[in-house]
Design a protein around this ligand. Structure first.
Ligand code: ATP
Ligand code: BTN
Length: 246
């Protein structure tokens, strides 16, 4: 019931590859690569993608109900990754809204959701996942934030990449179908259980300006709720926001 799983040696970006082929691909088409020459994160940032032992994976999922039905999708994908890690025996990872998987305060995986199509008609999501299994030592200096890998979380003996890929593909196929029918609401409780920002002191940059606030979970659409120092409870959407623990 998975449309396709294609594995490349070297590619610019697994998400770009799916984007080029949207019209001709079946639902739930997966592309993976050994390395990416132009791996990307949000807002044009670079995803470091050395060859060796990491997972660079994207999946195309079509939705009939349009973007309007997809709020919370990147958070739900985070929950799907936490489930896959749990299946692999790794229980120390959590979610940093809106799209990061962290362990021990370092970035273990990133999620990039890109949409095309209609607001209330047929659309497609390309969901990219970068998950570090064993990073070369030199990569830590090249990242502009602390990063980590499954090897560090499992005493140097990470699960093999095929097992990791199988767990992620299974969780995404099942989870995305479930999301299509039930939306973010059915992931909200599990999101809450992995929410690393709840109760934390945060530095938020959004169209209101830059301010400190405390994480108060997410709403039913997956927007972040924070309490400002003034006591005001505000809701923050992912598009124009950066959140840092302060
Ligand atoms: P925001 O919270 O605003 O999304 P972010 O720092 O998580 O900020 P993203 O665009 O989501 O930014 O992710 C890109 C960032 O991820 C890069 O700027 C880099 O710091 C980090 N990064 C790049 N490659 C890797 C990697 N292989 N593993 C972990 N982190 C990486
Ligand atoms: C982020 O944290 O900003 C998201 C990073 C997403 C990286 C993955 S790696 C596979 C796919 N291809 C890309 O170019 N990006 C995503």
């Amino acid at each position: 019931d998975v449309g396709m799983i294609e594995v490349h040696w070297d590619i610019d970006s697994t998400s770009s590859e799916l984007a080029r082929r949207i019209p001709v691909l079946d639902d739930l088409a997966f592309v993976m690569a050994e390395t990416q020459s132009a791996g990307r994160g949000r807002r044009g940032r670079t995803w470091l993608s050395p060859p060796g032992m990491n997972l660079y994976l994207s999946v195309l999922k079509r939705f009939d109900a349009g973007f309007a039905s997809l709020s919370g999708l990147s958070l739900a994908v985070g929950v799907m990754l936490i489930r896959a890690l749990d299946d692999l025996g790794i229980r120390t990872a959590g979610l940093k809204w809106p799209n990061d998987v962290l362990a021990g305060n370092a970035k273990l995986a990133g999620i990039l959701v890109e949409l095309s199509g209609e607001y209330s008609g047929p659309c497609a999501a390309i969901i990219g996942v970068g998950l570090n299994i064993r990073l070369p030592d030199s990569l830590h200096e090249r990242a502009d934030q602390p990063i980590t890998d499954l090897a560090s979380l499992s005493g140097g003996q990470p699960p093999g990449r095929n097992r990791v890929a199988a767990a992620v593909v299974a969780s995404l196929s099942e989870g995305l179908r479930h999301f299509e029918r039930h939306g973010f609401a059915s992931f909200a409780a599990e999101y809450g259980a992995s929410d690393l920002l709840r109760g934390q002191s945060l530095r938020v940059i959004d169209p209101r300006g830059e301010y400190t606030a405390t994480g108060e979970g997410v709403d039913e659409r997956g927007a972040l709720r924070v309490r400002r120092a003034t006591g005001e409870l505000v809701t923050v959407d992912s598009a124009e926001v950066s959140v840092r623990r302060s």
